[in-house]
Design a protein around this ligand. Sequence first.
Ligand code: NDP
Ligand code: OXD
Length: 306
Amino acid sequence: MHITFCCADTRPEPWLEGLRAALPGATVSEWRPGAAQADHAVVWSPPQQFLDEQPGLKGLFNIGAGVDALLKLKLPPAAKVVRLDDAGMSVQMAEYVCHAVIRHFREFDGYEADMGAGRWSFRKPRTRADFAVGVMGLGVLGQRVAKALRHFEFPVHGWSRSAKAVEGVHCHAGADQFDGFLSACRVLVNLLPLTPDTRDILNRRTLSRLQPGGYLINVARGAHLVDEDLIALLDEGHLAGATLDVFRTEPLPAEHGFWKHPKITLTPHTSARTLRDESIAQIAGKILALERGEPVAGVVDPVRGY
Ligand code: NDP
Ligand code: OXD
């Protein structure tokens, strides 16, 4: 069996060594133009030339959870596209989102500014019940985040395409229940995949439906958010703030209005990093399962887009 590796912005050696150790019977090599046909590929943002030269691939293993960039390319006809299914990302996402929600709810930025200015001043405790959190996307990451938020006793709502039952979470589903979901929430967390249905979904109309003093946490993809609508709602005062980890253009261009906005907290697409060892173990296990003709989790439906 031949495994080829073609991942942008990723040092190949540790991945190649890890895959060789996990798949001792396989030949594992970094792709170069003109390389021989492989059986499976481990990829992140591969060039179209790679896919064109590997028409016989049986599996394309994306070393991330989101496949929006991959699905824009013309893929080998028989290849199953398989995304990372947690692989250590959900606990990171839960940490990140809970941190952002608590930082906002407990007004830690305000305390930091006060203490920095030598002011010993208390703020009135806020009521948790007034800070219902809505999680858009109740998949692998969204469910973990929703459950983590419940540990801190926030009211939690979730929204997905198909109906779900998650203990302690008010679940809403489908386009018909979207507006009701939004108006039940004050803090909104986006964990949707980027698809034609979800592009630009965070816009003036939808964000205006959040309760006054609303707060946005976008950890999914930059193209879910209409940037200028967010800035307008922050400046008009309907939204109190936002934490953004993902952007339409990454790295975020130096001139972008998000950088210096006083109500926006930024991180550089780091909320849930791909963990190499966990990812290699998961991908190797799935390659072996596919070779045995067994089903694997995380196979992408190219029509649905996730
Ligand atoms: P999943 O595929 O497990 O979950 C996706 C969820 O979104 C599902 O609940 C799905 O509904 C729901 N959904 C999809 N389309 C719609 C729609 N049109 N309307 C309502 N709900 C919809 O994905 P993951 O949880 O693993 O990952 C989510 C996203 O997080 C990734 O696609 C990626 O973009 C982003 N991500 C960001 C990272 C970062 O570092 N910032 C790291 C990792 C991921 P249903 O359950 O009914 O199918
Ligand atoms: C992912 C990501 O999709 O890193 O996994 O954004």
